[in-house]
Design a protein around this ligand. Structure first.
Ligand code: ME8
Length: 532
């Protein structure tokens, strides 16, 4: 099966900030998850480089728009690499391949009869690059997003006949209840459609920086249609000499935030239908990361720099924090003290300690060799089978039923994978964390250090069982955490002598493998920042 996930393409006239990193990390977690399930994955991100804000910024800085975008696009590419995203391509809307395909699609839409010439008058926000309806305006004709006064614009241009798609969009929403997630966002999109759709302008006459309309090259395409098409055009030229469209289209997930809901859940599917193309399978609309009460954004000037956070805590910690602290799909506040608290209590203490104490005990009490599960490989226990995903190889080992049958661990891989298939990034992480904490409690309950002192044969067997079960539990939670914590789990899986990656093997292993001890996966904050 193929799996295609995208992020928004970011406006190249600003600096990349944590909001951009957030959507990129979310899409990356989904891409890594599907790859480790053995799927054929394509992951796209990139930059939105046309439109008025870019040409205005270039003019202010005394350079051409092309110079400005060539200077800024690498900053976004760098952000993507720094958060450890494994994108398969980075699209820029100034790519030749993109421009040619945009012109092909728009020509088809015109041939299909959905484009006409007319006059447009309305309130225009240059930062949103969007005309606002009267009922969308803030007090005093302001933009509700950017809190700036809007200008009334009147212009001759070409229109896209969005109104022709009202019924087909309603049908699409009816037929595919999961088209937009979470549900409350689906309801919002559907309410917008049911209000009645008006045609939208397809081109801007006063701008030069954009994709020229093939039949009227004095006008450039409205930047939103140019930008939305990136999800489709990239597949045509991302691999030289190969067209990936049939392999990956329609996209499985578009990951976006709520600010661009209307474009992705109303305009975009209609635009695709107008070109006889399939709409995407689903759009996940996440919330805003807030600093205090406000949306974090460049124009509001309250940006948290992801690069600083990564320098200080590492990319894994940032990836973990964002999806643990803020429920994916909802708005939520983030802060530096919040980072520090979660880092210490959850990464360093819960997970880091579980890993180091498990490795240390196997090393000390069993010469670094994971004991065989009591009873050998022959007869898998019911609880042990429940620990596996259900779709994977039959269980080989036989762990302590006190752990394997515990609701926190029984069936865990299947539950986590099902949540990740639905892009429920926070719920999946909650499940894993409950298991991490259960494993730590298991150490306290079994007290291996006391069993190790005993001369009794039964205690030696208990110690084998406890160490086997603990190592096996740690191996499973580590495999499950791979998409969130790619660097530290790679080190830990190496130390656990776990060979499986894609597909990950959640079915339980026997014993006999030699482990290695590791320095702390998440060093104390003071130690991580000697310069402070
Ligand atoms: O809108 N919290 O680009 P953009 C969470 N080019 N996510 C945030 C965020 C925040 N505080 N701030 C930004 C555009 N984002 C268009 C998109 S797509 C065809 C064209 C993320 O640079 C979030 O994904 O303004 C949001 O939708 C996106 O950045 C907007 O990025």
């Amino acid at each position: 099966m193929s799996f295609y996930v995208t992020t928004p393409i970011y406006y190249v006239n600003g600096e990349p900030h944590l909001g951009h990193a957030y959507s990129t990390m979310a899409a990356d977690i989904l891409a890594r998850h599907q790859r480790r399930m053995g799927e054929d994955v394509f992951f796209l991100t990139g930059t939105d480089e046309h439109g008025e804000p870019v040409s205005q910024a270039a003019e202010r800085q005394g350079m051409t728009p092309q110079q400005l975008v060539d200077r800024n696009a690498p900053r976004f590419r760098d952000m993507v690499a720094r958060v450890d995203a494994t994108n398969d391509f980075f699209i820029r809307t100034t790519d030749r391949g993109h421009i040619e395909r945009v012109q092909e699609v728009i020509t088809r839409i015109r041939e299909n009869g959905y484009v006409y010439e007319g006059t447009y008058e309305g309130w225009y926000c240059p930062r949103c690059a969007d005309f606002k309806f009267e009922n969308e305006l803030g007090p005093g004709n302001t933009c509700p997003v950017h809190e700036i006064e809007l200008v009334r614009e009147k212009e001759e241009n070409w229109f896209f006949q969005l109104s022709a798609f009202q019924e087909r969009l309603e049908e699409l929403y009816e037929r595919r209840p999961g088209f937009v997630k979470p549900d409350f966002r689906r309801n919002e999109a559907l309410a917008f459609i049911r209000q009645g759709l008006r045609d939208v302008s397809l081109s801007r006459p006063k701008l030069e920086w954009g994709v020229p309309l093939p039949w009227a090259p004095d006008q450039v395409m409205y930047v939103w249609f140019d930008a939305l098409l990136n999800y489709y055009t990239a597949l045509g030229y991302a691999r030289e000499g190969e067209d990936l469209t049939a392999r990956y289209w329609p996209a499985t997930w578009h990951i976006i935030a709520k600010d661009i809901l209307k474009f992705h859940t109303v305009y975009w599917p209609a635009f695709l239908m107008a070109a006889d193309l399939e709409p995407p399978q689903s759009v996940y609309v996440h919330g805003y990361l807030l600093m205090g009460e406000k949306k974090m954004s460049k124009s509001l000037g309250n940006v948290l720099d992801p690069f600083e956070v990564i320098d200080r805590f590492g990319a894994d910690a940032l990836r973990f924090y964002c999806f643990r602290e803020v429920r994916f799909g909802q708005d939520g506040s983030i802060s530096t003290p919040g980072f520090e608290a979660r880092y210490e209590s959850e990464l360093a203490n819960d997970f880091g300690n579980l890993a180091s104490r498990t490795l240390a005990m196997v090393d000390r009490y069993r010469n670094a060799v994971v004991p065989d599960p009591p009873g050998g490989d022959a007869a898998p226990a019911a609880g042990d089978a429940a620990l596996s995903a259900g779709t994977v190889a039959p269980a080989a080992g036989r762990g302590d039923p006190a752990l394997a049958d515990d609701p926190a661990l029984a069936g865990l891989p299947a539950r986590v994978c099902a949540l990740l298939d639905e892009a429920e990034l926070t719920e999946a992480l909650d499940e894993i964390w409950t298991a991490v904490r259960r494993l730590n409690r298991y150490v306290e309950e079994t007290r291996p250090w006391e069993l190790a002192k005993s001369e009794e044969a039964a205690d030696a067997e208990r110690l084998d069982s406890a160490l086997y079960s603990l190592t096996e539990g740690l191996r499973v939670v580590t495999l499950l955490l791979v998409p969130y914590l790619p660097q530290s789990t790679e080190r830990l899986l190496g130390a656990l002598a776990e060979p499986s990656r894609a597909p990950a093997d959640f079915g339980s292993r026997g014993g006999g493998q030699r482990i290695e001890r590791l320095p702390p996966l998440f060093p104390k904050i003071e130690a991580a920042t000697p310069a402070d």
